[in-house]
Design a binder for this molecule. Structure first.
Ligand code: 5GP
Ligand code: ZN
Length: 136
């Protein structure tokens, strides 16, 4: 279940030390080495899954339950005033480590970070076409 070339496999399974906030049989939650904000953490499954496409449904559900627990704890301990959950899949989406991970990014008033996207104009007709492609 471990990819020998994967750094997050080694971190998740304790072969490489990390700043661990939480650990159980299936997951390790660590501090990001280059944080966006104070307390930026990553949820890592111990088993290797490249990204969300590969993640078993049950693990995906457990990840979100753990995210809820960890965001509550980090909020209580660090007094952040908001949270972004970010999860990148594929190089074009900004994924740089190809072992599934969920970013937990505490937010603070005027913390200098801008997470987001540039909204583009789209016609109602194009929205309808896209809706039909996806929903059919
Ligand atoms: P991605 O761009 O794949 O969504 O995010 C990868 C994240 O992993 C980045 O935020 C980066 O700072 C973090 N990261 C990369 N290598 C290490 C490491 O060895 N240890 C820790 N704790 N974080 C890492
Ligand atoms: Zn891995």
């Amino acid at each position: 279940m471990e990819d020998i070339n994967c750094i997050f496999c080694k971190i998740a399974n304790g072969e490489i030390p990390s700043k661990t906030l939480y650990e159980d049989e299936q997951f390790r939650v660590i501090l990001d080495l280059n944080p966006a904000t104070r307390g930026h953490a990553l949820i890592l499954p111990k088993k290797h899954h490249q990204n969300l496409y590969d993640l078993p449904e049950e693990t995906a559900a457990q990840v979100m339950k753990l995210a809820k627990k960890m965001t509550a704890r980090i909020t209580e301990k660090l007094n952040c005033t908001g949270f972004n959950l970010v999860q990148n899949n594929g190089e074009d989406a900004g994924q740089t480590v190809f072992h599934f991970h969920l970013h937990l990014i505490p937010r603070y008033k005027e913390d200098g970070q801008t997470l987001g996207w540039n909204p583009v104009e789209i016609t109602g007709e194009d929205l309808e076409k896209i809706k039909n492609i996806i929903a059919e």
